[in-house]
Design a protein around this ligand. Structure first.
Ligand code: CA
Ligand code: CA
Length: 214
């Protein structure tokens, strides 16, 4: 592979990993989709991993989500099932926090998306149900493994998430004392990968131009 092709590939991969995510803070770390988000597969004691699962999927059926309104969700009683209607184009992201071994660890951070948040999937049942629809094709999810019941946030004063008033950001705190914690964020769909590729090509062009001048 020649240098410019390699550079283009790097830019494309970088753009894809960050697609739709404006910024993150605190423990949140953007990664490419991991091979597995089952227990003890993708671990860090300091970082909570955020990855794009699907950039643009048209829902084939109504989708159950657990939180759609701005506010603080620090009790399971504050969650209620809402539906995103069939036919809606959405993007999905997963936050995954899993300590090395089974240590008790706390992660606090935030994330801001380019597009509006349509809902957060925060219960085990709805996470399991939505894996086949919104999950990344190359990632193995917890459903059917021994610890899939550990995947949801145990909402309380120590573990919660907050949806911002503008429906663009989520702040969270989670504690994993044995296994791992996850939630899935559903937003309006992100721009097509072709525009990302075009952006990559444009950048490659700029880099080449700069090199010629140097
Ligand atoms: Ca672990
Ligand atoms: Ca937990």
């Amino acid at each position: 592979m020649n240098k410019s092709l390699f550079l283009m590939a790097l830019i494309a991969v970088g753009a894809m990993a960050h697609a739709g995510i404006s910024s993150v803070a605190g423990a949140t770390t953007i990664v490419s989709p991991p091979a597995s988000v089952r227990d003890d597969q993708t671990e860090s004691n300091t970082q909570a991993f955020l990855f794009l699962e699907k950039g643009d999927v048209a829902l084939g059926a109504n989708l159950n989500v657990d939180a759609v309104a701005a506010g603080t969700y620090n009790s399971a009683g504050l969650l209620s099932t809402s539906q995103i209607l069939a036919g809606t184009h959405v993007a999905s992201y997963m936050l995954h926090a899993d300590p090395v071994a089974d240590l008790t660890k706390t992660w606090e951070g935030s994330m801001t998306f380019d597009e509006k948040i349509l809902g957060v999937i925060a219960t085990r049942g709805h996470l399991n149900d939505s894996d086949p629809i919104l999950g990344n094709g190359g990632t193995i999810y917890p459903t059917g493994s021994p610890f899939d019941d550990s995947r949801e946030f145990e909402l309380g004063t120590a573990e919660y998430f907050v949806i911002s008033n503008d429906l663009k950001s989520i702040r969270y705190r989670c504690v994993a004392n044995t296994k791992f914690d996850q939630f899935r964020v559903v937003t309006e769909s992100v721009p097509e990968p072709t525009s990302m590729a075009a952006l990559g090509l444009g950048l490659v062009g700029l880099v080449r131009k700069a090199r010629r001048k140097a």
